[in-house]
Design a protein around this ligand. Structure first.
Ligand code: NAD
Length: 476
């Protein structure tokens, strides 16, 4: 049975009905999970006014109170973990458990990021003190932050945006993806019980609300996570008011397996690095390059893992992989796999549709080449194209040949070779013998068309403050 509950938006500390409501579907069986309110542009303006008003006092609070607020928010996630995890599974599809990397992990990540951010701090710095002149560099809050989030890790990415913003004295308007708004709507409602009104607000809607946020004259910064195509539009409309943007965009991560790598020991890491969240993780392996000497062994090891992966309803305890989140993405993955096969790729296992919705079994494709779309473009789904290479230079050239530069990885045992290959890979994060790992203390961001700026750690925090210089000369 579906859930007929309507999820209101929250701004200025109050729950507000939208001008319309949209059904949110469970991507596994297409049942209705609940209804999201949809905001009008006037409601967005109201929410921005509330956030601006709240900024006046929130920005002047002592730092210790804002750190304390992060811990209170962590506690809200902890106390409501079961409800929020279930909601994420229902609207996004990732299983509750998934070997420890499902929706429970997503809510656990929200708790971890809130706690870690509570202890981060940017201190004022005395940068000059000579000849009667003292110069202090301060970091001051920017104002109202507009946050626009995608559907793949809906709640965790919302936290990645709002927790550093709040920690540094800003107030926030979040616009979740219309495909997965419910967990964010509910979480913001709950968090408002521990924050002053107007500090954290959520305004649901689609592209129109997103575009209004990025071009809004009274929003001081935009933080966007989503596709490169939309990121380009966000950047263009933010230019109207010279609004600074942090952009966390699409990736097409390459993984290179070096000759002589221990295949059996590495295969589970490669499989996880690709198929976490059914391949719908920005910084997950999208294409795998394997030296010809180990090509057959790597393909076989991954096929065996795919065969034992249980795909299905994320609410069932033994499900490893949930569905693709939406129809457009499901069709895109199937089309890319079909086109690759037409061009000579071999489907070794998977690619079957399961159930009424968008679940697909993990597909392993061998004999892939660099001119196939599934290799050259971000696929963002449960299919792994494997490309054979014969020289390290060739593998690095192929890995670096796309417009994306989010993450990359190199796998093997020779420390010098691992180091030299990692030095030559062009990406925001390069992993050795792992992939898709994140830590709230470690900056994360893409290069090339994968983004601008970083989130997490002290550098991430710095992207939510303005530098203000206090230049003072003593008289007499
Ligand atoms: P998307 O770009 O379609 O949508 C992202 C958000 O932008 C949604 O909330 C959407 O409603 C909104 N939006 C749409 N049009 C807009 C406009 N004109 N102006 C402002 N906002 C607008 O992305 P998606 O399909 O939800 O997410 C998948 C993509 O996100 C993938 O490309 C993935 O790689 C990327 N992603 C990147 C990271 C990262 O950290 N780099 C993390 C997660 C996802």
């Amino acid at each position: 049975m579906g859930n007929e509950k309507i999820y209101p938006m929250t701004y200025g500390g109050a729950q507000v009905e939208g001008i319309s409501r949209d059904a949110v579907l469970n991507p596994f069986d297409l049942s209705v999970v609940g209804y999201s309110s949809v905001a009008s542009l006037d409601q967005l303006d109201d929410a921005v006014r509330c956030a601006r008003k709240a900024f006046e006092s929130w920005s002047t609070r002592p730092d210790s109170q804002r750190a304390e607020a992060c811990l209170k928010i962590a506690k809200v996630f902890e106390d409501n973990a079961q409800e929020l995890s279930r909601l994420i599974t229902q609207e996004q599809g990732k299983p509750l458990n998934a070997g420890g990397f499902g929706s429970g992990f997503e809510v656990g990540g929200c708790i971890g990021w809130c706690r870690a951010t509570s202890i981060l701090k940017i201190d004022d710095k005395k940068i000059l003190d000579a000849d009667g002149v003292t110069v202090i560099q301060k970091s001051v809050p920017m104002g109202v932050i507009g946050s626009i989030t995608p559907w793949n890790w809906p709640l965790l990415i919302a936290v990645w945006h709002f927790i550093p913003a709040i920690r540094t004295g800003n107030t926030v308007i979040i616009k979740p993806s219309p495909l997965t708004p419910l967990s964010t709507l509910r979480a913001v409602e709950l968090i408002n019980e521990v924050l002053p009104p107007g500090v954290l607000n959520v305004v649901p809607g689609g592209a129109e609300i997103g575009a209004a946020i990025s071009s809004h004259a009274d929003i001081d910064k935009v933080v966007f996570t989503g596709s490169t195509a939309t990121g380009r539009r966000v950047m263009a409309s933010a230019s109207e008011n010279i609004t600074p943007c942090s952009l966390e965009l699409g990736g097409n991560d390459a993984a290179i397996v070096l000759p002589g790598a221990p295949v059996a020991a590495m295969a589970p890491g490669l499989f996880f690095g690709k198929f976490i969240n059914a391949g719908q993780t920005c910084g997950s392996i999208q294409r795998l390059y394997v030296h010809e000497s180990d090509y057959e062994a790597v393909c076989s090891a991954l096929v065996e893992l795919a065969k034992t992966t249980n795909v299905g309803d994320g609410l069932l305890p033994d499900t490893d992989l949930g569905p693709v989140q939406n129809k457009a993405q499901f069709e895109k993955v199937r089309e890319m796999v079909g086109d690759a096969i037409k061009q000579g790729a071999q489907l070794l296992v998977g690619g079957e549709s399961i159930g009424e919705g968008y679940a697909l079994t993990p597909a392993i494709l061998s004999h892939c080449t660099h001119d196939m779309e599934i290799v050259a473009k971000e696929q963002f789904g449960p299919a792994l194209p494997i490309v054979k290479y014969s020289s390290i230079d060739q593998a690095i050239a192929m890995a670096n040949s796309t417009d994306s530069g989010l993450c990359a990885s190199v796998w093997g045992t020779d420390p010098d070779l691992l180091q030299s290959v990692s030095d030559r890979l062009i990406a925001g994060t390069v992993y050795i013998n792992t992939h898709a790992e994140l830590n709230p203390m470690v900056p994360f961001g893409g290069v090339k068309q994968s983004g601008i700026g970083v989130l997490f750690g002290e550098d991430g925090l710095k992207s939510f403050v303005n530098t203000k210089i206090l230049y003072q000369r003593s008289v007499g």
